[in-house]
Design a protein around this ligand. Structure first.
Ligand SMILES: Cc1cc2nc3c(=O)[nH]c(=O)nc-3n(C[C@H](O)[C@H](O)[C@H](O)COP(=O)(O)OP(=O)(O)OC[C@H]3O[C@@H](n4cnc5c(N)ncnc54)[C@H](O)[C@@H]3O)c2cc1C
Ligand SMILES: CC(C)=CCC/C(C)=C/CC/C(C)=C/CSC[C@H](N)C(=O)O
Length: 478
């Protein structure tokens, strides 16, 4: 197909994994001559960040990556980074009174315990998740053939048809109840996984529920040195220009280019310190959640107007504590016989934590090692900031505690209506995909899709957008 001259300038707002991977894919598609400006008002990495405890860094935000997250895998390979396995160890589930489930070191004992308490529901749950994941993997084939989608709904429909799309409109609870899973299994096994991963319960949509349950698969990994290294690596590899400023407004204006032609462009107005500056762009990608609390970007004078986004993001606090756990809260066993590395919790309003677990530093290749005084670093997820009294309840003694509050991921409330990807002619929004599920790989998929979409729309390749029957078409095209 014929190609138009590439755009002169592209702006990306947000240097998290979404924005930096968009820069990488845009460079691949549009070539070396386009100038790419990447705006970031805080740190490169966004929700991929580390916290320091006694000289070591620990993941504070996005921490684990699924073995089938192929974009993340590819980035790590292309950037020459190394991986570490995600911390493992034995897991227990606490309901506020007792540990309702405790893993053993022996695989066969775990199988017997699970079958004894829940029948074959654990196996059926894994099969359900695998089926969703199988369909989800189709995205990689579509994207490697350069196909793009103009909405999150169309993308999901191309992966798994009406069934997949329907998952956005139903709660995980409804879906699994319909499939015959018991209340006991849902409360004791499924709800704790939703609490640790999304700080919510089984009333989240079934798609994000399946993504969350896929974290129970083996082989989860992370980037040695910190997942945020992927973002700085992509920024460098894409030869983009980082502007450390906060974008305030975007407005469409007619500008006379060097060719002498009046052209419609986007003016991006941003602030660096107290100074306000602006620049003009042919294409703009917004790679941050659009709401007042998280990005506060105003779209000026668009016709039709770009509505304000109100998606509510879940408040979660990550706390890292180096100390000696008060195991008596969870179990009557002596401290040296406790043996659990992670405790998840069921939905119980009396509990002030969602989960607690031992973590490795971003440099540790193996399972976490205790420090010389025998203590570990524990990561706690809670809805609210922990008080000193609460930390003292959890730990017999501690010598360090750091916390980071997040507006972490959307508050899921099906039926979900995903925001548009195309906000205006050449203005794209990536983070609408989080309404289906928020994860590093989801942002990378949205970034690849937006780069392809921007490229095809720039060149008028409408046949590469929203193609029907892609799965069948590409099955025979090897
Ligand atoms: C506690 C926690 C745990 C998580 N665990 C996992 C996990 O284990 N695995 C996983 O896959 N995912 C996990 N996630 C989700 C994952 O981190 C996110 O889905 C992903 O990082 C989102 O990336 P993003 O680039 O789309 O957005 P962000 O990382 O939020 O990036 C947006 C960037 O835009 C910047 N920005 C905002 N407004 C402006 C403006 N006006 N001007 C300039 N810059 C602006 C922000 O500062 C930010 O850096 C977790 C998230 C949290 C919070
Ligand atoms: C997109 C697909 C198919 C899979 C991604 C699975 C995945 C890694 C989801 C992440 C879910 C999430 C937001 C986890 C947060 S907590 C993670 C961890 N338990 C921790 O302790 O930090």
């Amino acid at each position: 197909a014929e190609l138009r001259a590439p755009p002169d300038k592209i702006a990306i707002i947000g240097a998290g994994i979404g924005g930096t991977s968009a820069a990488y894919y845009l460079r691949q598609k549009f070539g070396k001559d386009v100038k790419i400006d990447l705006f970031e008002r805080e740190e490169v990495g966004g929700r991929l960040a580390t916290m320091r405890v006694q000289g070591q860094e620990y993941e504070a935000g996005g921490s684990v990556i699924h073995p089938l997250n192929l974009h993340m895998k590819r980035f790590v390979k292309d950037l020459g980074l190394s991986t570490v396995q995600a911390s493992g160890g034995l897991l227990g589930i606490y309901n506020g009174e007792t540990l309702v489930f405790e893993e053993s070191n022996w695989f066969i004992i775990n199988v017997i315990k699970l079958v004894w308490r829940y029948g074959f529901q654990s196996l059926r749950m894994h099969m359900w998740v695998e089926d969703v994941l199988d369909k989800f993997m189709r995205i990689y084939r579509y994207q490697s053939h350069d196909y793009a989608f103009s909405s999150v709904e169309k993308l999901l429909h191309a992966l798994g048809g009406d069934d997949f799309l329907g998952m956005l409109n139903r709660t995980l609870l409804e879906t699994l109840q319909k499939a015959g899973f018991s209340e006991k299994f849902l409360n004791e096994m499924i709800a704790p996984v939703m609490r640790v991963n999304y700080g919510q319960s089984t009333d989240i949509n079934a798609f994000v529920g399946a993504v969350s349950l896929s974290c129970s698969d083996s082989g989860l990994w992370a980037v040695e040195g910190g997942n945020k290294l992927v973002c700085s690596g992509l920024l460098q590899a894409s030869k983009s220009n980082l502007i450390s400023g906060s974008v305030m407004y975007i407005e469409e204006k007619t500008k006379t280019k060097h060719t002498g032609n009046p052209t419609k462009m986007y003016e991006v107005v941003y602030q660096i310190g107290t100074e306000t500056r602006s620049d003009f762009y042919d294409i703009v990608l917004v790679a941050t959640p659009l709401n007042r609390k998280m990005s506060n970007i105003t779209f000026l004078n668009f016709d039709p107007p770009i509505e304000e986004f109100h998606q509510y993001y879940q408040h979660i606090v990550t706390t890292l504590v180096k100390g000696e756990l008060n195991t008596s809260i969870f179990s009557s066993r002596p401290i040296d016989k406790f043996g659990l590395n992670t405790v998840l919790t069921t939905d119980n309003s009396d509990l002030f934590i969602n989960s607690i677990g031992i973590v490795s530093s971003v440099r540790e290749k193996e399972d976490p090692e205790p420090s010389t005084d025998g203590t570990y670093v524990w990561k706690i997820f809670s809805q609210e900031t922990l008080t000193k009294a609460q930390i003292l309840k959890l730990f017999l003694s501690y010598d360090y505690a750091v916390k980071k509050p997040w507006l972490a991921y959307p508050h899921y409330k099906p039926p979900e209506k995903c925001p548009s990807i195309i906000l205006h002619d050449r203005l794209y929004y990536l983070n609408g995909i989080e309404c289906a599920a928020s994860a590093m790989e989801m942002s990378a998929i949205a970034a690849h899709n937006a780069a392809l979409l921007a490229y095809h729309r720039w060149n008028g390749h409408t046949d590469m957008i929203d193609q029907d029957g892609l799965y069948e078409k590409l099955k025979t095209e090897l």
